[in-house]
Ligand binder design. Structure first.
Ligand code: UT7
Length: 325
């Protein structure tokens, strides 16, 4: 039976110029390159320049994704931007990107699911396209997480970085089978009881300030492996696919040990896992589309392949999205 599929037609990423190495961090807090690499796999991360905002990173990634998709801005009628670090409390950063792209129609809004933001945004855009309400969506994950960090807290400031990634989704007619290109299934979850394990200690309605990121890393680690494994298994059981059918796993890039442990639990070879955490750090909502754009640009992800994205973040929120590229 024919159906509407949201086909990923292009991907693009953007990283700020400035690279912050582990060696530099070791001069700022009591840490070492050895500790950071051994515990997280991170070697360096990018940091936005003074005055460079989330919308600037998002715009650059969006332009690259549109170019890669050979798509004119006049086609775009929906922008969903996932971020926990908007330029301003309001209006939505998505509307700034919309204006900078010169788009004056359709809808543009931000969504907030922290590190799961891109998976949530993809699912939202997919459902709008499948419902027939929009035809062409820009889905963006963009963050300036460096602005939320307590640079005196060695337990968190060594883990995060800034960046943006974007994809262009277009509604196309599919056969309704797994042979279709496009998003095949999405699975979203949240459990707000875990608020205190990963949060920011400020906000417009509580302190009137932006606040800083606070995390119980050990506890988050345990939940991350279990939740992302669960979300991937839901995607497999919903489609009847086996782990061995998946060509590429593109996980949220928080920690190499979390990525490896999740792949091991799923029985997926590490050679099928896209990893950028070593060079990007944890860029929250930007991490999955940045990893996607790297693996597409270097030719690993090819048209027709099955790509499984998985994410987990504050809230907790977590989820997965399976697409045939
Ligand atoms: O995007 C989703 C959100 N984030 C995550 O998914 C992150 C999840 N958690 C993690 O990635 C890991 O738990 C961390 C990388 C944060 C920490 O690794 P860990 O193996 O869980 O270490 P730990 O927190 O148990 O800390 C071990 C030791 C502690 O010292 P004591 O108490 O054993 O003496 C920490 O104080 O390492 C110490 N430590 C550090 N030492 C050097 C913590 N941070 C640092 C540091 N440099 N930067």
């Amino acid at each position: 039976m024919s159906t509407i599929r949201s086909v990923i037609c292009g991907a693009g990423g953007y990283l700020p110029e400035r690279i912050l190495s582990n060696a530099e961090l070791a001069r700022m807090v009591d840490t070492s390159d050895e500790w950071i690499v051994e515990r997280s796999g991170i070697r360096e991360r990018h940091i936005a320049a003074k005055g460079e905002m989330t919308s600037d990173l998002a715009l650059a990634a969006a332009r690259r994704a549109l170019l890669h998709a050979d798509t004119d801005v006049s086609e775009v009628d929906l922008i969903v931007l996932a971020t926990a670090t908007p330029d301003q409390t309001f209006p939505a950063t998505a509307t700034k990107v919309q204006a900078q792209l010169g788009i004056v129609r359709g809808a543009a809004f931000d969504i907030q699911a922290v590190c799961t933001g891109f998976v949530y945004a993809l699912a939202i855009a997919d459902n709008f396209l499948k419902a027939g309400q929009f035809r062409c969506a820009l889905v963006i994950g963009a963050e300036t997480f460096s602005r939320l960090l307590d640079w005196q807290d060695r337990g968190t400031c060594v883990l995060f970085g800034d960046g943006a990634g974007a994809v262009v989704l277009k509604a196309q007619t599919g056969s309704g089978t797994l042979a279709d290109r496009g998003i095949l299934t999405t699975h979203l979850y949240a459990d707000g009881r875990h608020h205190d394990l990963l949060y920011v200690d400020g906000g417009p309605s509580s302190t009137g300030t932006t606040g800083h990121l606070r995390m119980n890393g050990k506890e988050v680690f345990k939940h991350a492996v279990a939740n992302m494994t669960g979300a991937v298994n839901e995607a497999l059981s919903a489609t009847g696919l086996k782990a061995s059918d998946i060509d590429w796993i593109v996980p949220h890039q928080a920690n190499k040990r979390i990525i490896d442990a999740t792949a091991k639990k799923l029985g997926i070879a590490t050679g099928k896992v896209v990893q950028t955490v070593d060079l990007h750090g944890n860029t929250s909502a930007a991490s999955i589309p940045l990893a996607l754009s790297c693996a597409v640009a270097d030719g690993r992800i090819k048209k027709g392949q099955l790509v499984l994205m998985e994410g987990m973040g504050g809230g907790f929120t977590w989820g997965s999205a399976l697409a045939r590229w």
